[in-house]
Design a protein around this ligand. Structure first.
Ligand code: NI
Length: 255
């Protein structure tokens, strides 16, 4: 199999990146994108430098908006992408579930990432939770032919997926689609065109069934792929091929 984990965090404490990358390769995961959450800590880029099949992003997670916003400039964001293994901007976006007290900082940083994405031509990796309306407003106001990206770990209302698809974005499925309660979300993914789908672990979080409760890792993206293939009514091999092709179409620098 030729799977791609389009979103993982290989630099988190307690994470043995070398062992996890090896286990992933053995499970058929031939490509990984390890995601930055702060501009002041680019250890994901250092990991990507050590492996030909691991790539990195640079950006600021909404959780860190308050502490990073003031010191982050458009120029600094663009400059950080100037590295052969940096293939995207993010993760950025809006999280009103955990961080509803920093909405203004989150929105300003989200816009800054979208502007940097347009200026550099790189795709943007978007985290959105309990913030459908504001996410869509900002995406629409910054929309441009040169702007593309992915709504990662998608778990929002279906209308956000539909509108983001119209704007040219991709939708990424995580282990959440394997959870018992996620019937509505599975229905949403049923309606996403095959050529706009990505898959991911978001490891070390959100381990898919049957690994729930354990630390997640890129090798487990196989379980999400199996579930998504079932939802789409295709073989897991075809799903792997399609989502890897989509990944390389969006993240052109990873080709
Ligand atoms: Ni993440």
């Amino acid at each position: 199999m030729n799977l791609t984990d389009s979103h993982c965090h290989l630099d988190y404490p307690e994470t043995d990146a070398d062992a996890l990358i090896k286990a992933a390769e053995e499970a058929g995961v031939s490509r990984m994108l390890t995601i930055s959450v702060k501009l002041s800590d680019l250890s994901p880029v250092r990991i990507a430098e050590r492996y030909p099949n691991v790539f990195a992003s640079v950006g600021i997670h909404p959780e860190y908006a308050a502490e990073e916003e003031r010191k982050t400039t458009f120029e600094a964001l663009c400059l950080a992408t100037n590295h052969p293994k940096v293939v995207g901007l993010g993760e950025t976006g809006l999280d009103y579930h955990y961080n509803s007290n920093t909405k203004e900082e989150q929105k300003r940083l989200f816009r800054l990432h979208l502007k940097a994405a347009k200026a550099t031509g790189l795709p943007v990796i978007i985290h959105t939770r309990d913030a459908e309306e504001d996410t869509l407003d900002i995406l629409k106001s910054e929309a441009a032919p040169s702007l593309s990206g992915v709504l990662h770990c998608f778990s929002s209302e279906a209308f956000l997926a539909e509108e983001a698809l119209k704007l040219g974005f991709y939708i990424s499925a995580s282990g959440i689609i394997t959870f018992n309660k996620a019937e509505k979300l599975r229905q949403t993914f049923k309606n996403v065109p095959e050529d706009r789908l990505l898959i991911e672990t978001d490891s070390p979080y959100l381990a898919p069934v049957p690994f729930r409760g354990r630390a997640n890792e890129p090798a487990y993206v196989v379980k999400t792929a199996e579930k998504l293939a079932e939802i789409k009514g295709i073989s897991v091999e075809k799903l792997a091929e399609t989502t890897t092709r989509n990944f390389l179409t969006l993240f052109k620098k990873a080709v």
